[in-house]
Ligand binder design. Structure first.
Ligand code: GLU
Length: 509
């Protein structure tokens, strides 16, 4: 590519960033880094009625957490700012006026009541939802139907008006999508979209084209839901800047949930996160849990997202960000919907927890413990605990169950698991075992196990029958890493103490 690659993620800050949104970020980011280009974040906030406090900040936090940080953005600055469309308001009108002058767009003065009447009056069986288009525009109050004098007067009187694109009546508009190949549209079915609103703000359609041009965007990747808008954008490019300057488009496949397009509601219904990070709707106070808070590692999150619509043509599934940058290509993104499977998502996280170096997850686990009132005073000990339990953790939150007993005595014991087979012989075994433990030469799991097995043989009890009680004594329940490793980590004093304490509980009642 001769020109420097410049791509953009252009969200409207209206709420939590769902899987599809972050995947769009990821594909943009990977493509930019693959080609030594720039990744731009542009905030598309021209619809002031949809302003949501905190939503923009939330986007920055998500990009930070995933490590997909932009080169240019409202926060990071850059040579093509401002990067927030509301701050670019003055830029757009001239382009809309230019289109009016050239007969490609027109002023429309219709009031909301008139528009409603149009939708009502022209509704028929063949046309259940009439739209403002070439079939109806001559029946409405706009500069195509009105004379120049009437139009000038309305404008001079300060009558509220918008500017609409005049869609050609019968034209085929096509472009080459990097994923879908040649895509064509018949303009006769597309309505005359508003380009400039009555408040002087551009709509998304005008702003996206003007900004992609002014910001020298070379490739525009966005969700498939924007495909129906593409003919309007292609025409705007043609009229304003020439098609040769238009970015290359790629419309990314939908992400599918258990029943069609994945929705926020699916998350609540099936109990999995759909947002990158937790989001609290400021209006309703409704909290939607995110992948981060659920206990996903950002590396796993990126990895699973990359594979929702892409693969490298091999069986490989675990990719680091660096590998993705090296291997990602838009041509290998498929056009069909990508099914999201939460069990598979957890599998990715499990693999990443296993694969992560202890030191790289230590601070996350430590904060998690602290949030759960588990005091970690010795970091080296924490590292040992992580090393012993991490292969058993699917989500970061599993470290609590798998690891907290190393820091505090069990609060509850699964006595029911022991009771039915508990007897005097076993009790005596453990009484002697605590004595044996005191004499162990070196506090290592192999020696502890050895002493345990020898004593069991001496007392003629199967070691298998004693291991579960020992585990319950040390851990409280039927989980955790190999029991002698637990004992080693707990140290001699604690191990003996826990056995003694549990013995009195098991023997009581
Ligand atoms: N503002 C649009 C959105 O919220 C961006 C679409 C595009 O990337 O062109 O998704």
């Amino acid at each position: 590519m001769s020109q420097k690659v410049r791509v953009r993620f252009a969200p409207s800050p209206t709420g939590g960033l769902h899987l599809g949104g972050v995947r769009t970020v990821l594909y943009n980011y990977l493509f930019a880094k693959r080609h030594g280009g720039d990744f731009i974040l542009r905030i598309e906030d021209t619809d002031q009625t949809r302003f949501v406090p905190g939503a923009e900040e939330y986007i920055y936090n998500c990009l930070k957490w995933t490590g997909l940080e932009p080169d240019e953005s409202p926060l990071h600055g850059g040579a093509y700012g401002p990067y927030r469309q509301s701050e670019r308001k003055e830029l757009y009108r001239q382009y809309a006026e230019q289109l009016v002058k050239e007969g490609r767009a027109y002023y429309a003065f219709d009031t909301p009541e008139e528009l409603e009447a149009m939708r009502h009056n022209y509704k028929s069986e063949q046309n259940p939802s009439p739209q403002y288009d070439h079939t109806l525009r001559l029946k409405m109050r706009n500069s195509i139907r009105l004379s120049k004098e009437e139009t000038d007067k309305l404008i001079a009187d300060g009558t509220k008006h918008v500017i609409r694109i005049k869609m050609p009546e019968r034209e085929t508009v096509s472009f080459k999508d990097m994923i879908r190949g040649e895509v064509s549209f018949d303009t006769s079915v597309v309505d005359d979209k508003v380009l400039l609103k009555a408040d002087g703000m551009p709509t998304y359609h005008l702003a996206v084209v003007v900004d992609d041009y002014l910001m020298k965007i070379t490739h525009a990747f966005r969700g498939e839901e924007w495909l129906p808008s593409a003919p309007v954008h292609v025409l705007l490019w043609k009229y304003l800047f020439g098609l040769e300057n238009m970015p290359q488009w790629a419309h990314l496949p939908l992400i599918l949930g258990p029943n069609g397009k994945l929705s926020k509601r699916d998350g609540a219904k099936y109990g999995f996160p759909v947002f990158a990070m937790s989001w609290t709707d400021p209006k309703t106070n409704e909290l939607t849990e995110g992948f981060k808070e659920k206990g996903f590692l950002p590396e796993a999150f990126i990895n699973l997202l990359a594979l929702l619509g892409w693969n490298d043509g091999t069986e490989q599934e675990i990719f680091s960000k660096e590998e993705l940058i090296e291997k990602f290509s838009m041509e290998r993104v498929h056009s069909g919907g990508a099914k999201f499977d939460y069990e598979k998502a957890k599998w990715f996280n499990h693999e990443w927890i296993k694969k992560s170096a202890v030191k790289s997850i230590k601070s996350k686990v430590k904060s998690l413990f602290e949030e759960n009132n588990i005091i970690v005073s010795d970091d080296t000990f924490l590292e040992k605990v992580i090393a012993v339990v991490k292969d058993r953790c699917t989500l970061l939150s599993d470290f609590i169950q798998q690891g907290s007993f190393f820091f505090q005595e069990p609060e509850k014991y699964d006595i029911d698991a022991v009771k039915p087979k508990w007897n005097e012989a076993k009790k005596n075994f453990f009484l002697s075992f605590t004595e044996e433990l005191k004499a162990i030469p070196e506090w290592k799991s192999a020696f502890i196990e050895d002493a345990f097995k020898k004593l069991a043989a001496l007392q003629n009890i199967k070691p298998g029958e004693l291991q579960l009680p020992l585990r319950i004594m040390l851990v409280g329940g039927k989980f955790g890493p190999p029991v002698f490793e637990i004992a080693e980590l707990l140290d001699k004093e604690n191990t003996i103490h826990r056995i003694q304490k549990a013995l009195s509980l098991f023997s009581a009642g």
